[in-house]
Design a protein. Sequence first.
Length: 316
Amino acid sequence: MTTLSSGGEAAIEEPAAQRCGVVAIVGRPNVGKSTLLNALVGQKVSITSDKAQTTRHRITGIRTRGEAQFVFVDTPGFQTRHSAPLNRTLNRTVQGVLSDVDVVLFVVEAGRFGLDDAKVLSLVASRNADTPQAKPVFLIANKLDAVLRRAELAPWLKNMQQRHPFTEFVPLSARRDADVQRLLGIVQPYLPQQAWLYGEDELTDRSERFLASEIIREKLFRLTGDELPYTSTVVIDKFEEEGDTLRRIAASIVVEREAHKGMVIGAGGERLKRIGSEARQELEKLMGARVFLELWVKVRSGWADDEAHLKSYGYE
């Protein structure tokens, strides 16, 4: 852009420098990390449910705002109580993310801090200590709308600052857009000045095939509730694109026991039909195309305890 200087000569205004950084979202299970990621991106890229360990993979969500590009990474809730192969795999994902980010959002429930939160914070602190330059760590006090007495947050916050020298403290509700926009504004100055990593319109680095498996798994967990153990997964057997208007998808819901298969199918197959129907409707909105979806239920005993099975199902 060209303007006139005070002496009348033409002066060239330098464009604002681009900022871009990778921002990790970490915390124990069920503190609202995936809900926060979706709100920050402005579109659903990570599935949510009340079941612990719904998020099992590193999910990247991208938000470009003005001259800044935020590359958010949602992580599985760090598992502190069980050491099965699946849980160890999920924890390795969290640890790997922390080694390669610019900013960390440590998410807790506002006014609460338990042993599991403390273990995750300890991991963040130890990873930070291993780096040449400490990364900014923000304390994100989520679910603020559930706090009945806001005055009680002051002593809680003082206690939290004694636990770790947080760069910023941000109380919010991930469901309030004003809170989400405020968080973006707070994080932006901490992003490095560098070129963007993704195109301006990109929202995630995950494929439609991956997102299909995740959305099916979300509907599975939401419609089975506590009946079905979380050691169930979804594998895409076929994903075919016919132009921009049609997707043909076949997927297998993998469970560990024959009894679990019955839980998923339901009386007269009604539950499986509902899982398929709700997944199809959401996939059509996401992909902007018609979706033909076939679902099968398969029993694979002990898959969550088998490293080979974990890798074949996409767990790194």
